[in-house]
Design a protein. Structure first.
Length: 191
């Protein structure tokens, strides 16, 4: 119940008064909390009846990936949010720092997964996510350049730019991560 109530709290007060987490630069950390420790930790607890600290730590890579998408979206909406007084984390940090932060989070995801495999919290199969490293470098290169002045041909979500690239990494790395978790459940190999 505590996990569900905490998730509901963050979800409701993401935009609802009086807290409006999104407008105070707390929306992105709130989303990381919900998509990591609350959802994954809560599911583990409901399934096993126990809550191991390693589960909460092991939930952080996926939380990081999801958060990069939200930060990318808020970078894309930087000017509009700033003009409306919505103080998302990118508005508070500035556009350049937010681009750098998101690049660092993308790298941190892979470092976290490797570290969790090395200490035995995650199985070796989760290293399949490293097949997404070329995509990460592609996304980091895009983050180092300004968005194009005009939408690319057949680009359906213009003017959003950085969110799409973050999502492409999240979809590939997250999908491979989940495949690794499934393989680990079937044929576990731990260091």
């Amino acid at each position: 119940m505590a996990f569900a109530l905490a998730g509901l709290f963050v979800s409701v007060f993401y935009v609802a008064p009086p807290l409006r987490l999104k407008q105070r630069g707390l929306g992105e950390p709130g989303v990381a909390l919900v998509w990591g420790p609350l959802m994954i930790g809560g599911t583990y607890y409901v399934t096993t009846g126990t809550l191991e600290p390693w589960v909460l730590v092991a939930s952080l890579p996926y939380a990081i990936l999801v958060t990069t998408v939200l930060i990318g979206k808020h970078i894309d909406k930087f000017e509009a949010d700033g003009a409306r007084g919505i103080h998302t984390l990118p508005v508070l940090l500035g556009k350049e720092r937010s681009l750098f932060l998101n690049q660092q989070l993308m790298v941190t995801y892979f470092v976290f997964v490797l570290s969790l495999v090395m200490v035995g919290s995650l199985g070796v199969w989760t290293l399949l996510t490293f097949l997404a490293v070329p995509r990460m470098w592609e996304v980091i290169r895009v983050y180092n350049e300004p968005p194009p002045a005009e939408p690319p041909a057949d680009y359906p979500i213009w003017p959003l730019w950085y969110v799409a690239w973050a999502f492409m990494l999240t979809r590939r790395a997250g999908g491979l991560f989940v495949v690794g978790l499934i393989l680990d459940a079937i044929y576990p190999i731990h260091l």
